[in-house]
Design a protein around this ligand. Sequence first.
Ligand SMILES: Nc1ncnc2c1ncn2[C@@H]1O[C@H](COP(=O)(O)OP(=O)(O)OP(=O)(O)O)[C@@H](O)[C@H]1O
Ligand SMILES: [Mg+2]
Length: 350
Amino acid sequence: MTCQTCDSNAPALGERQPILSVRDLTVRFAGVEQPVLDRVSFDVGKGEVVALVGESGSGKSVTALSVMRLLPPGATLSATAVHFGGRDLQNLSAGEFAHLRGGRLSMLFQQPQAMLDPTSRVGAQVGEPLYYHNGIHGRENRRHVVGMLGEVGIPDPSARADCYSFELSGGMAQRVMMAAALSASPELLIADEPTTALDVTVQAQILRLLNAERHRRRLAVLLITHDLSIVSAVADRIVVMYAGRVVEEGPAARVLKQPTHPYTQALIRCSLFQTDAQGKLFSLPHGAVHARDLTAGCRFHPRCPVAQAHGCLDRCVVEEPHLCDTVCGCKARCWAASSEPYRVSEGVPA
Ligand SMILES: Nc1ncnc2c1ncn2[C@@H]1O[C@H](COP(=O)(O)OP(=O)(O)OP(=O)(O)O)[C@@H](O)[C@H]1O
Ligand SMILES: [Mg+2]
């Protein structure tokens, strides 16, 4: 279906069967009154790349860690559902979950050097999920490991398998992490800023790899990133988070071409380094707001140019908007978007 408003023919929500369905995920940390995630809901379809974006502190990593059951002690989680492959992960015992994690459900972390064990050889670390989840050991395991290292672009993979992680460059270590994350053929990969620490050429190689794996294995990816150019390059859909809440979601091409929520618009303006009439770089007022510092109404209203410019401030201050359908077939949590025809050019004054 082609969108009448933005001309995009990206698939609409719900056209793919979900491999992951998260509903009303709420997370609290001990000693903090407000939840850091508040009723977060989203789906990742089979073979789909969904980008989770938002400023620092918006709750992206906590979302990923919640799904992977890796929240630190003191955190409490509640959700209506966290379904993976049709099963509610909340109902699995620790043992059952351990069989899933690193196998059908895998995660790639931001800092590979910190995640790799410096006392164990690279080959052993890539081969461990293969042994644990698929029962492949010995020479067969080694053959798979060398093959995986080759697939992720490690030169001389047989020799590299015998290295320790501290002997690798950052880009090389990220590829090793990717080989380890993919070695047991997961159905869903959660990648938390997998390329942030890498230079642009290695970044492009890693993204190309992710894309290739996604097509080859029908791998679904929840991709956490700050970088909207990455979203535009690889994501099918985008979920935008602000202060622990989902504020906009939809097909990536549509949301990036015609963002509805003023926060998404601002993120795009910042990422494009847009300037105002005086030539000053656009930036959002105040620092990122954390869920724990919230007041009533729309979470974004103290920083929102639309709330200021359109006189809808009263409503924005007292009542939080629902996630409403937009003209573009997306969803946005904004009174301005839900109540009247609304255009980007009106929303963010230059
Ligand atoms: N262990 C913890 N104890 C208390 N608060 C925490 C803890 N871990 C995270 N938080 C809070 O939860 C909120 C969301 O953090 P999260 O790490 O998910 O942000 P993020 O969107 O991943 O940010 P970044 O882009 O910087 O990685 C933040 O306000 C953070 O301070
Ligand atoms: Mg994070």
